[in-house]
Design a protein around this ligand. Sequence first.
Ligand code: GLN
Length: 453
Amino acid sequence: DAFNTAVAAASELNAFIVTTPDHATAAADAVDARREKGEDLGKMGGVPIGMKDLFATKGVQTTAASHILEGFTPQYESTVSQNLWDAGAGMLGKLNLDQFAMGSSNETSYFGNVSSPWKKDGTNAAMSPGGSSGGSSSAVSARIAPAATGTDTGGSIRQPAAFTGICGIKPTYGRCSRWGVVAFASSLDQAGPMARSVEDCAIMLEAMAGFDPKDSTSLQMDVPGWEAGLDADLKGKKIGIPKEYRMDGTDEEILKSWEQGKEWLRDAGAEIVDISLPHTKYALPAYYIVAPAEASSNLARYDGVRYGLRDLPDGAGLQDMYAATRAAGFGDEVKRRILIGTYVLSAGFYDAYYTQAQKIRTLISQDFSAAFGECDAILAPTTPTASFPLGENQDDPLAMYLNDVFAVPASLAGLPAMSVPAMLNADGLPLGLQIVGKPFDEQGVLNAGLAIQ
Ligand code: GLN
């Protein structure tokens, strides 16, 4: 009954693409059996989680919210999902997302928009749960799932977490294996947990992370005991406030929540210091060159032969089949990224765009390295605004990309970064704060998050 009630709520929000009650039930039964035998229940024993539909799940349709992968049923399990099942978790279903994880509002899914459970006070308009992990943020904030997986290429864990008043952490690039995760921009893609508390994120990240020889960029490092290391006492820690993040277009309420965040961290014993990240303003344009470039290459594999959809017009040759399949299978935003990506990688424009963007990426990393000489972690807003009604930014891709302005620098530098709920704005909508940490210092990020939540 509880499951059916949850399913009804979830279908109103359109959070799930498919539900898998048998999977979650099997995990619950397995925990019962282990308990009876007095065995260890596992780090996530019996916990029913939602799985972003970007992770390959054996025998369960995996679509990346695209038409081109509709009906694709992998014969293998992604490393991250396998790690979660090994820790005892079960799957409630595959969660909706922006198509191929491209978007900031969950309006690019082939399976329809996802709504946030939050509404502006006194209105009934459906609000965006953020994106691309919008099914994850919606389901967790609506209490349909206690936790969900997300992926973050340029903010897709942090921005939806901020929009829906939950926590989400993108670990250091390489902590979670990319094997079996549908690729968007491989040098940026990272999986991470989305949950109601910092503690739950720490537990789930421990279960998800770990070296994987099947991912060539996987970190060969042990997974620390992040849960055991949680400590909200920040005495002796310096928290940096980057002056370049005070940008035009940031809502007054966001700046206010940032001020409040400083206070909370000071109360927890931290010293607040001013820092500079001088190349911040180039991060967004660099991201929107690097990410589409890699995407255009990664999406070449959807050719109508190897996966899912095949559109074969009568009498068509191979090229016609490619064209027809890709025209029918990819949504508008995905096509936009492929066009931008192939353009910036083309022989005539490569140096002007892609090479420049890569140089900016290096400068941004150097900015962070220098700043971390002066502080242990950085506090910033997660987004420049609170959530907006579905449809409001849909026709303006550039306005949509601006959502990611505070999120992409940490992505380009591969740094761990978390969003934690800060407060509600005057409309009763949640606002998030972001903590960015040194490479491999998820613990520092989680601890500062704990002091804020
Ligand atoms: N919103 C960003 C984009 O559309 C980030 C997406 C993501 O992190 N997957 O590219």
